[in-house]
Design a protein around this ligand. Structure first.
Ligand code: ARG
Length: 389
């Protein structure tokens, strides 16, 4: 669908060898300077970047452009329910970092900045890809994820989603403890240093043990989760410039952990175990034992984060905030791209207000994209990526 004033980008295929599209650069800059009158007139700036693109195939964002571009990319993220606070995104300009060691220490700083007191939304933006040049990337899908294993007897340990990635990092010499919540090492790949593995220090990893306000036995399950969800492998694209390494985080909504990570059958699969501990009748679906266990697990997650003083929101509050975001954006005259199947929470959909309407599925830039090769590195490591030696 075409929205006046926006260029439509139905399919994003990134050619890392192509020079920056001057039309897309201009589109972004006009919008950026219109939304931020304090930046002054855009025309002189357009003349500069046109010359830069003609001479080098790309151009360099000012810190203000980078900051606003990243915030716009969040604003345009159709799968994110948490966009009300898009203006508050804290942007760390890390474009000068080159070596794997530098990048690693800045990623540690990112996690510390994000998780210090309250959780705050942070993005670290590393060097853009220059047309035709190799670029730095992180293989991990998130800065913090738990390893997944299968024991000799075939029992699942840890997060099955990360099982193949775990096998890949073990092939590089990493040794996991083989426990349920082993934080995976970062795999940082740079043109300067090749592929390097780094273990995150404890100070960068905040975790919350999960207990239940009424069921004392709940802690015996030994569940826990990390405080900061930090997506590490999506490419940020702003005004035709591509930033393949631009990890970002928000705070968790409880259902991401309680109604997916800890409950999906192909993740930690805790629903049958919790139902058994609750003494529910699991012989018939119609007792709704799954639903009852799911609710208690989600109560436990919200309760535990609150007890630990770690910011988290519930799906009712976050749904209401999203509707507020929709009305703010409508007032500003901007369309809000949104994907119903991602916006509606994975439990109690119909009792949240976001359920009862449809959304526009637009592909607006600036944006975050998950490239196929990035997805496959995060799933399976090198083996999964056909385009690599
Ligand atoms: N759903 C993902 C997870 O459970 C995180 C996605 C981003 N979430 C967020 N609240 N910013 O790890």
């Amino acid at each position: 669908m075409i929205v006046p004033g926006y260029r439509d980008h139905p399919t994003e295929t990134w050619d890392p060898d192509a020079p920056v599209d001057p039309g897309e650069a201009e589109d972004f800059l006009r919008r950026c300077y219109t939304e931020n009158p304090r930046l002054g007139p855009v025309e002189p700036r357009l003349a500069i970047i046109r010359a830069q693109i003609a001479a080098t195939g790309t151009y360099v964002h000012t810190p203000d452009e980078l900051t606003h571009g990243a915030r716009m990319a969040w604003r345009n993220a159709g799968r994110c329910i948490g966009r009300l606070y898009w203006r508050s995104l804290h942007v760390l300009d890390r474009r000068r970092a080159r070596t794997a060691d530098e990048i690693y220490s800045l990623l540690v700083q990112h996690l510390q900045t994000a998780g210090e007191t309250q959780i705050r939304p942070v993005i670290s933006i590393f060097a853009p890809a220059r047309p035709g040049q190799p670029y730095a990337r992180v293989w991990n899908e998130q800065l913090i994820r738990y390893a997944g294993y299968r024991t000799e007897s075939g029992e699942a340990v840890g997060d099955p989603r990360l099982r193949e990635f775990t096998t890949a990092v073990r092939a590089f010499g990493w040794q996991g403890k083989g426990e349920a919540y082993d934080v995976l090492p970062l795999v940082i790949e740079t043109p300067a240093d090749g592929i390097r593995l780094y273990e995150l220090p404890e100070r960068a990893i905040r975790e919350v043990p999960i207990g239940h306000p009424d069921y004392a036995w709940f802690t015996e399950l030994g569940l826990r989760w990390h405080a900061v969800p930090a997506i590490a492998n999506m490419r940020l694209t702003v005004g035709g410039v591509h930033y393949p390494l631009a990890p970002f985080n928000g705070w968790y909504m409880g259902t991401e952990i309680g109604a997916r990570n800890l409950s999906d059958p192909d993740r930690y699969d805790m629903i049958p175990i919790i139902a058994a501990r609750m003494g529910l009748d699991t012989t018939r679906e119609s007792t709704l034992w799954r639903d009852r266990a799911l609710v208690e697990l989600n109560i436990a997650v919200l309760h535990s984060f609150e007890q630990a003083g770690v910011k988290m929101s519930d799906h009712h509050t976050e749904s209401r905030r999203f509707l507020k975001h929709l009305s703010n954006e409508e007032k500003a005259g901007r369309p809000v791209p949104a994907d119903w199947s991602w916006i509606v929470p994975p439990m109690s959909g119909g009792i949240t207000p976001v359920f009862h309407r449809y959304y526009q599925e637009l592909d607006l830039r600036p944006a975050f994209y998950l490239d196929e090769d990035a997805a496959s590195l995060a799933r399976e490591g090198m083996r999964g990526c056909p385009h690599r030696p």
